[in-house]
Design a protein around this ligand. Structure first.
Ligand SMILES: Cc1ncc(COP(=O)(O)O)c(C=O)c1O
Length: 360
């Protein structure tokens, strides 16, 4: 069976050359005579690759020196609890923007630790847009302001991040980290589960401004305190060694290929190919208004459940897999993360054109 074009929302497609390199090093990494999976995380060879991965991420995202890069576990979902546990310590008030399932889950956790102010929500239109952010509704004494930069399920993204003044801005960038350049200095914390644009699941990247580490007292669990992982240099306990290794290969590749400017322009081209087709199609319709469209996750529908099902079945047969939309939205969704080659999108569009001709 040949490799297919994998439009999964995550765990998602990884760059083929990274997979090949990992395969070539599977049995023996360097001169170690062992697989990376079999190496002690305290060995020099492993520590070298682990900290190189963190440093390469620093270079890629131009992370300032007053930020730490932590490689943690527990997925992005654990951050939904760690953030309020560690940061909601002064006013215990927190501002949240509600843009879908992932912000709702984060809000539910935050409510366990203090008072949540929903600054804006797009729930009334099934999250098909980013709501207007009215500064008058921001809490000036909030312990932090939280948003999701890219909504994986609905295919919306924030293009311009709000200025929250002295209130630390926290962003869940799970599904668009490394897809575009962002000014890290605007954020208090950026976090992401690895399994979309970074590498295999198991690794969670947390980029945290140093003054936000150590705010909580020792009553919170040791493993859930950012200070523990900062002091332990992300090796307080055994890190997700293999996931971090693959992440390192991905970072190295991106750096070698021109960094995030290059990646962003390729991503824009890929997204434009698909949206241009959808905007002109007689059969398929995009579900998100142009101003809010994600360049990572592109949901679309035909308006007819049978046609959606036929399309997904025929696409799968033709080697375009995982196009089914999230169960809460229905229809289709093409996730076109960094590792999806432009040919994958071109061929998908050709396939959709042919399907449209036969089914319009
Ligand atoms: C934006 C966003 N946040 C959080 C999550 C949850 O990530 P995890 O499964 O790593 O907890 C996801 C998963 O798809 C996501 O898309």
């Amino acid at each position: 069976m040949a490799r297919v074009y994998n439009f999964s929302a995550g765990p998602a497609v990884l760059p083929e050359d990274v997979l090949k390199k990992a395969a070539s090093e599977m049995l023996e990494y360097g001169t170690t005579g062992t697989s990376v999976m079999e190496m002690s995380h305290r060995s020099k060879d492993y520590m070298d690759l682990f900290y190189k991965a963190q440093n390469d991420l620093r270079k890629l995202m131009e992370i300032p020196d007053n930020y730490e890069v932590l490689f943690l576990q527990g997925g992005a979902s654990l951050q939904f609890s760690m953030i309020p546990m560690n940061l909601a310590v002064k006013s215990k008030k927190m501002d949240y923007v509600n843009t879908g399932v992932w912000s709702k889950k984060a809000i539910a956790e935050a409510k366990k630790f203090g008072e949540v102010n929903i600054v804006a929500s797009s729930e009334d239109t099934t999250f098909n847009r980013i709501p207007e952010l009215d500064k008058a509704k921001f809490n000036k004494d909030a312990d932090y302001f939280y948003l999701v930069s890219n909504n994986t399920i609905y295919g919306t993204r924030i293009v311009d991040f709000p200025d929250t003044g002295n209130v630390p801005l926290i962003a869940d960038m799970s599904s668009d980290i490394l897809s575009r350049k962002v000014d890290v200095s605007k954020f208090g914390i950026i976090f992401a589960g690895a399994q979309k644009n970074i590498g295999p699941s198991g690794l969670t990247v947390v980029i945290i401004r140093k003054d936000l580490i150590g705010l909580a007292d020792d009553s919170i669990p040791t493993m859930l305190n950012y200070r523990t992982h900062s002091e332990g240099e992300s090796m307080f306990n055994t890190p997700p060694t293999y996931s971090a290794y693959i992440a390192g290969l991905v970072f190295e590749k991106l750096l070698n290929e021109g960094g995030l400017d290059t990646m962003e322009s390729v991503n824009k081209k890929k997204a434009a190919l698909l949206y241009d087709f959808l905007d002109n199609s007689k059969l398929f319709k995009p579900t998100v208004e142009p101003a809010y469209r994600s360049i990572m996750n592109v949901p679309f529908v035909t308006g007819d459940d049978q046609k959606n099902a036929d399309f997904i079945a025929q696409a799968t047969k033709a080697g375009f897999v995982n196009l089914k939309g999230h169960r809460s939205v229905g229809g289709m969704r093409a996730s076109i993360y960094n590792a999806m080659p432009i040919e994958g999108v071109q061929k998908l569009v050709e396939f959709m054109k042919a399907f449209e001709q036969n089914n319009a």
